[in-house]
Design a binder for this molecule. Structure first.
Ligand code: AKG
Length: 284
């Protein structure tokens, strides 16, 4: 392992997160901003406090263009993830998150909360958040509680005494630390780290995107098989196809009617149920 990755992992293990700066070029940032603005221009916004009623999310971002594909498999990020998750790990979520001025802080949470395994425990998922605009304390930069990735269920429950809309617990609030990082940076954080999207007290939206990755045996948040058209997946790199579930986790998780899932990406592919049922005279 190269020393840079080793020191990033040390920081991650100690604090529950690490920031990698300067991963996007000015041209890439420009393209990403334009693409995200195109989608958010469609006008939808969040449906509840968690999504954020003044927050616009663009789901299945990985399926929306080469520039986003490249960020999912950015080598510096995958170097860290390769050491944290088992081989054949999956992409579990991929979305742009644009927090508009006036948005209030998101409820504090951790991202792999829906895997019902008692804490403390190893993370089942690892998240990234990429700054498309500079992240600051005032514009909705993600806020984290360093070290909380090691907390037990009891510590999580007793710290979060405040309901999302209720009075905040000052001691708890004081533990939240904004991730201040320039546009083009990526913060990698543990699925067990407590955090939230910050409130945006500035006069501009805070644009970001988040790719999240999970162990190869865990269910993914987004269902890529339905959300991303197959011809788009067929044009992706083998690594990305694997991250989207077009792979086998040995011995046979992910098989498609007994065959490797990448067969379904071949141009002349016919679904084997349709093919075989035609041969036996229908499906009864
Ligand atoms: O937008 C952010 O800074 C964080 C959002 C977040 O944590 C989430 O939606 O799960």
């Amino acid at each position: 392992m190269n020393p840079t990755t080793r020191s990033r992992l040390d920081r991650f293990e100690d604090q529950g997160f690490v920031i990698l700066e300067g991963l996007l070029s000015p041209d890439e940032l420009e393209e990403i901003r334009t693409r995200i603005d195109d989608y958010t221009g469609l006008g939808w916004s969040g449906r509840n406090d968690f999504e954020g009623v003044r927050t616009q999310r663009v789901y299945s971002l990985v399926g929306r263009g080469k520039v986003f594909e490249a960020t999912v498999e950015h080598p510096a990020v995958l170097d860290v993830l390769d050491a944290l998750l088992a081989p054949n790990y999956q992409l579990t979520a991929s979305q742009a998150i644009c927090i508009a001025p006036g948005e209030k802080p998101q409820p504090v949470h951790y991202d792999d909360t829906f895997y019902p395994i008692p804490r403390p425990r190893p993370a089942i998922s690892v998240s990234t958040i990429w700054a498309v605009d500079d992240f600051a304390a005032s514009n909705g930069g993600t806020e984290v509680i360093p070290g909380s990735h090691r907390w037990s269920d009891d510590e999580v429950a007793t710290s979060m005494i405040s309901a999302p809309d209720g009075p905040q617990n000052p001691a708890f609030e004081a533990k939240l630390q904004p991730l201040e990082m320039p546009a083009g940076s990526c913060a990698i954080f543990s699925g067990t780290l407590l955090h939230r999207g910050g409130g945006n007290r500035s006069d501009r939206p805070r644009r970001a995107f988040s790719h999240q990755y999970c162990e190869p045996w865990a269910r993914t948040q987004e269902n890529w098989f339905l959300s991303i058209p197959r011809d788009r997946v067929a044009a992706m790199s083998p690594r990305l196809q694997s991250l989207l579930g077009y792979s086998i986790h040995p011995p046979f998780m992910g098989q498609v009617a007994g065959r490797h899932p990448t067969k379904s990406l071949e141009p002349d592919h016919v679904n084997s149920l349709v093919d075989e049922d035609a041969k036996v005279g229908g499906r009864g």
